[in-house]
Design a protein around this ligand. Structure first.
Ligand code: NAP
Length: 243
């Protein structure tokens, strides 16, 4: 039997300097979990969050394998092996499909899908040794349904769902669960470009009548972090906009 009931003692959140990732860092820290996060460029926000929570902040591009491996070496030296990984780092871009360049397509894949691939590989040795681990991938409703003018984003997020399901089968016997949160529209900087009219239209389209908060997503992440008998699943806090 490969289930273990306890909550993780260490956690790594990618893209932890802002938005959903920062909320996950705060919640893990509040629960007494030794926490680290990766970020891309927001040094001031990262330093402030590290000071607030005691979390270890490391600037590392998840699209760069050597940067990820160096970050993991530093983090495990400080915190011990990572027991829970939240693959959250992400970028957004609105583009007509015909306008997406090779470089934009590759970057979208490398940050979302490639980042989840290499960060997971980087923590897996410790999890397999301990026969315990929680991997939580952040996808999107657009990975479930597709979004116009976000084909590369939607494709990468759909890939994350496929990766979650396949990896859950491969890692279950090692006591490691792999699950996915697919948020609806959440109030973070990623959606700062939405004008009031678009926001209102999204709220009207949503059965629960509003967009989500970061807490809606951290609640789902903490559920998967705790759950010993749940793996390969996709949970989509989205107010009912996708049912
Ligand atoms: P956000 O506020 O824009 O924050 C993005 C985070 O990812 C930041 O911490 C950023 O670091 C980090 N990041 C970006 N590229 C990175 C890279 N190459 N390497 C390392 N870190 C990187 O985004 P969010 O709204 O919290 O979204 C978080 C995740 O949820 C994303 O995967 C997103 O696709 C997904 N999601 C969001 C929504 C939504 O409505 N907000 C809906 C569905 C899914 P810096 O601060 O240093 O730039």
């Amino acid at each position: 039997m490969s289930r273990e009931e306890r909550f993780p003692r260490t956690a790594l959140v990618t893209g932890g300097s802002r938005g959903i990732g920062a909320a996950c860092v705060r919640e893990f820290a509040r629960r007494g979990v030794r926490t680290a996060f990766l970020y891309a460029a927001a040094h001031e926000a990262a330093a402030a969050l590290a000071a607030e929570t005691g979390a270890v902040a490391v600037c590392a591009d998840v699209a760069d394998r050597s940067a990820v491996e160096a970050a993991l070496a530093q983090i495990t030296a400080e915190l011990g092996p990572i027991e829970c990984l939240v693959n959250n780092a992400g970028i957004a871009q609105f583009r007509l499909f015909t306008d997406i360049t090779e470089a934009e397509w590759a970057r979208m894949m490398e940050v979302h899908l490639g980042g989840s691939f290499r960060c997971t590989q980087a923590v897996l040795g410790g999890m397999i040794r301990e026969k315990y681990g929680r991997i939580i991938n952040i996808s999107s409703i657009w990975g479930l349904t597709g979004a116009s003018c976000e084909v590369h984003y939607s494709a990468a997020k759909a890939g994350i769902i496929g990766m979650t399901r396949a990896l859950a089968k491969e890692l279950g016997p090692s006591g490691i669960t792999v699950n996915c949160v697919a948020p609806g529209v959440i109030n973070t900087e990623m959606n700062a470009a939405l004008d009031a009219e678009t926001r209102n239209a999204l709220c009207e389209e949503t059965p629960l009548g509003c967009i989500g908060t970061v807490k809606d997503i951290t609640d789902a992440v903490m559920y998967f972090a705790a759950a010993p008998f749940v793996t390969g699943q996709v949970l989509s806090p989205n107010g009912g906009i996708v049912i």
